[in-house]
Design a protein around this ligand. Structure first.
Ligand code: AMP
Ligand code: GLY
Length: 432
């Protein structure tokens, strides 16, 4: 059987790597792929980005199933186009992908369906937004309404920062262009973040293992926001009681709400949660955002822990029988450490030679993202270059194994956090 994975990141490498373990898989094309998916049988890169060209290829090569990684092609309607051409594809339609592509749509959806989230107002006029922020005070959160590659959110700790963000997004020299034409101004929430990702077939829901990301560039959660500097699974903060609450208060209302709105949700659904202090039965639980896809780098540790045949799960997902699917997880923990290029996130440098990679083993894999092969050499080719991901009997052991492998991974200017997993090492018992 031939499969197609759309995307070029570490998430897509991890997806393709896991699918490659399935006995029925003959070939996996990754479009456009990266330096880790190029030359490792049965993976092969496909230098196509255009939807029509991808559809023609899938028809010609009799691709049995396509899985989409990033949000941009989903928001552009790749799922609708593949389905119209009679092809099997797993992901949300363009209408459903608005849960991520429009913050304003997501906020009004959550309000309509009683899904807990921070109170907010949407503005198109800079003066009105400024007046609201001035009356409200800081801290406050300003979000561009539209896909901004994870860079459209400003958590303003002072009034000045908030006003500056509004000027950037709505003012005449608007930094975000069309994406910044509307802003959502939202109450600031305190707590611990966790990623809760499920698979949906329009009706049924199958949760994946829980995970936590590290959004800031520097140790101790300092520095600018990034796409994510490392992740681990499971997230110890999500106890069985909290898991039930998330399913009941967030996921079920979201999936049923989409169906009731006439936009049945198919695909991965990612709830970014803020969990406040308190006993599990009553602690505040709010949705920061929905993503219409898997997380990156959360997918890397999640895929390393997945033991069952992922192709089978995906087949249930496209056939509408996810209620009959089960995923078996490795009881061990996994930690993934991202190595980013010099200059990331503002101006990542490309073209540094990756002079050493840790050897892949049964318990430690280097997933590639911004890497490419040029003249037989692996070079850096983007912001987040690699995600070194390892299993261990505890988060601490997994962390040690991941950093042992990071020490063997060399390229000029590499940046990485030394503390991936720190929250899980402190105050939580393990629940999985
Ligand atoms: P988002 O893209 O909406 O997830 O926002 C990116 C990051 O900004 C989140 O992962 C949080 O760290 C932070 N953030 C977003 N919304 C809020 C909020 N209402 N309160 C505090 N932090 C937030
Ligand atoms: N790691 C956060 C995201 O994928 O949105």
């Amino acid at each position: 059987m031939k499969l197609l994975v759309i995307g070029a990141g570490g998430r897509e490498h991890a997806l393709a790597w896991r699918l490659a373990q399935s006995a029925r898989v003959q070939k996996i094309y990754v479009a456009p792929g990266n330096g880790g998916t190029a030359d490792r049988y049965p993976l092969e890169n496909l230098p196509l980005q255009d939807t029509d060209a991808l559809i023609a290829f899938a028809q010609q090569e009799k691709i049995a199933l396509t899985v989409v990684g990033p949000e941009a092609p989903l928001a552009a309607g790749i799922v609708d186009a593949f389905r119209a051409a009679g092809l099997h594809i797993f992901g949300p339609t363009r209408a459903a992908a608005q849960l991520e592509s429009s913050k304003d749509y997501a906020k009004s959806f959550m309000q309509r369906h009683d899904i807990p989230t921070a109170a907010s107002r949407t503005f198109t006029d800079a003066d009105q937004a400024r007046a609201y922020v001035q009356a409200h005070g800081a801290p406050i959160v300003i979000k561009a309404d539209g896909l901004a590659a994870g860079k459209g959110v400003v958590v303003a700790l002072t009034l000045d920062e908030a006003l500056q963000a509004i000027d950037h997004m709505l003012g005449p020299d608007g930094k975000f262009g069309a994406a910044g034409a509307r802003v959502v101004v939202e109450d600031y929430l305190e707590g611990e973040e966790a990623s809760f990702i499920v698979m949906c077939d329009g009706q049924h829901v199958l949760p994946l293992a829980t995970s936590q990301d590290h959004k800031r560039l520097l140790d101790g959660d300092a520095g600018p926001n990034t796409g994510g500097m490392g992740a681990y699974s499971p997230a110890p903060i999500i106890s069985p009681a909290l898991h039930n609450r998330i399913m009941r208060e967030v996921i079920q209302p979201a999936v049923h709400g989409m169906a009731r709105d006439g936009i049945p949700y198919t695909g991965f659904l990612y709830a970014g949660l803020m969990i406040g202090e308190g006993p599990d039965a009553t602690r505040p639980l709010k949705v920061l955002e929905f993503n219409c896809r898997l997380g990156d780098p959360e997918t890397q540790p999640i895929m390393l822990r997945m033991k069952s045949d992922f192709l089978e799960t995906l087949e249930h997902a496209v056939n509408g029988t996810l209620d009959q699917a089960e995923i078996v997880w490795d009881r061990r923990a996994a930690v993934g450490v991202v190595l980013a290029a010099a200059g990331y996130p503002d101006a990542p440098r490309k073209g540094d030679v990756i002079t050493a990679l840790a050897p892949d083993t049964e318990t430690c894999i280097t997933f590639h993202a911004g890497s490419a092969i040029q003249d037989g050499k692996r070079i850096t080719n983007g912001g987040r270059v690699l995600c070194v991901t390892a299993l261990g009997d505890s988060i601490r052991r997994a962390q040690q194994a991941a950093y042992d492998a990071v020490n063997l991974t060399l390229f000029e200017g590499r940046q990485y956090r030394r503390d991936i997993g720190w929250r899980a090492l402190t105050d939580h018992p393990r629940h999985d």
